[in-house]
Design a protein around this ligand. Structure first.
Ligand SMILES: Cc1ncc(COP(=O)(O)O)c(C=O)c1O
Length: 451
């Protein structure tokens, strides 16, 4: 336990935080970590059921990542990638990412966060279409409840009011289409496949109405994360992709949460049969030990970029820290560990037990739907299971479950749609999965008995 002065705790302006509540309560301080656990400043050990912000895949004290960073710091603590410059870790990492990526992806462009990756993907979609003379193709289609970050373009695509209100977003041309949430939005008796067909038809109709010549790209998380862990209905992405192909609209797969094993395969795009033109990734790329993201670009886009940059003189985008050698070295070592320790197979092997424990929560009186894929899941809380009616928003039921879990030394996250999300480090074992869901069940009982 360290002793931080009470008054010193009020200088930081916290993201996604109620500022008055923070003024009253102060920060929740995490001081150290080990495996899937973290310790707060009161000495409590908590199971990190959200892997931080869906990102610390290898847990909180992976020595090989610490060593990789130290080694690179000693060798070369900074260089950049502007004007043809590179470093050995950036070169190796780009090769590894392209080799891991779905077929057709040929280049990796480095950034420092998921939001930057998404903003860059949008710029690339515009650059590509401008290069082809299709200068009216500007709108990006995103989904309600999708989360793509907070920078001006990414924040515009995010389909969650709490991340836009007060900030004059959206600030770029965006069309938000339906959330593909079968449990909540399918019609009575409608199969997942029929619901997916209806959504694809609706997408087609909306594109036709706006004019395909005004639409540059469609962006989607394979599984919506921050919007409440919304798992797509069967055949959804196949049908959506057919519509986009017909209208010559690019597919941007936002793999910032799903990438690197979260859904049981390397990419969420593998799990859901997506063939993206552009992919964004970050978070688990370095197990979040250092900030790094990447935009992965298909060959056919790159060829057009090359011609256009010849015409303009330069591919004119990039950031000071993009491809930072220490971040790149840590990311590279993260990918080495995924391979040497068979982390993605470990996720596949743990997923049935995880699913079983998530599904068991479905029997709880507060839970309307329990859902999961790989090592990500959620429960959706309802007041009435038969009508799926939710509690009034002011009751903040998901936040209550999150707070009750905290008291039981488990970190969870309340997400929109009164859903409580689960996303532990990928290294979690079966005993820890049991410990996690025993605590979830206890937290649900605590909240239920307090009603
Ligand atoms: C799918 C997705 N895209 C983009 C982002 C933004 O990433 P960052 O917070 O690193 O900017 C997030 C963050 O949670 C995300 O979940």
């Amino acid at each position: 336990m360290t002793s931080l002065n009470e008054a010193d705790r009020q200088f930081a302006l916290h993201p996604f935080t109620n500022l008055s509540g923070h003024q009253a309560d102060g920060p929740f301080i995490i001081e150290k970590g080990d495996g899937v656990y973290v310790w707060d400043d009161q000495g409590n050990r908590l199971l990190e059921g959200m892997a931080g912000l869906w990102c610390t895949s290898l847990g909180f004290n992976e020595q090989r990542l610490i060593d990789a960073a130290a080694k690179q710091f000693a060798q070369l603590p900074y260089s950049h990638m502007f004007t043809h410059r590179s470093t050995p870790p950036a070169i190796e990492l780009s090769k590894r990412l392209v080799e891991m990526a779905p077929e057709g992806i040929g280049k990796a462009f480095f950034v420092n966060s998921g939001s930057e990756a998404v903003d860059t993907a949008v710029k690339m979609a515009w650059y590509y279409n401008n290069a082809l003379g299709r200068t009216a193709k500007k709108t990006i289609i995103a989904r309600l409840r999708g989360y793509h970050g907070v920078t001006v373009a990414a924040g515009s695509l995010t389909g969650l009011p709490y991340a836009q209100d007060g900030f004059d977003l959206p600030a770029i041309p965006v069309m938000h289409v339906e959330t593909p949430h079968h449990y909540r939005h399918a019609e009575q008796g409608e199969s997942e496949e029929a619901y997916a067909s209806r959504l694809a038809q609706s997408l087609d109709d909306q594109i036709m109405k706006a004019g395909a010549d005004t639409i540059a790209a469609f962006i989607a998380e394979p599984v919506m994360g921050a919007g409440g862990v919304v798992i797509p209905p069967k055949t959804y992405f196949e049908k959506v992709q057919a519509v986009l192909k017909k209208h010559d609209i690019l597919f941007i797969a936002d793999e910032v949460i799903c990438g690197f094993g979260r859904t049981g395969n390397t990419w969420g795009s593998d799990t859901y049969n997506i063939q993206p033109d552009i992919m964004t990734c970050a978070k688990q790329l370095s197990s979040a030990y250092l900030p790094i993201g990447a935009v992965l670009v298909s060959d056919h886009l790159y060829d057009t970029f090359q011609d256009y940059s010849d015409k303009l003189g330069v591919f004119g985008t990039g950031t000071t820290y993009g491809g930072h050698p220490v971040s790149a070295a840590v990311a590279l070592e993260t990918l080495n560990i995924y391979e040497s320790d068979n982390i993605f197979s470990h996720v596949k092997a743990r997923a049935p037990h995880f699913k079983e424990r998530v599904q068991a929560l479905q029997n709880h009186p507060l839970v309307g739907q329990a859902r999961s894929v790989g090592l990500i899941g959620a429960i959706e809380l309802v007041a009435d299971k038969s009508t799926k009616e939710q509690y009034p928003a002011e009751q903040k039921m998901a936040a209550k479950v999150m707070a009750a879990a905290r008291k039981r030394n488990l970190i969870l996250r309340a997400t929109p749609g009164d859903s409580v999300a689960f996303c532990p480090p990928l290294i979690i074992n079966d005993d820890q999965i049991d410990e996690m869901f025993d605590a979830v069940a206890d937290a649900l009982n605590d909240v239920h008995s307090s009603l």
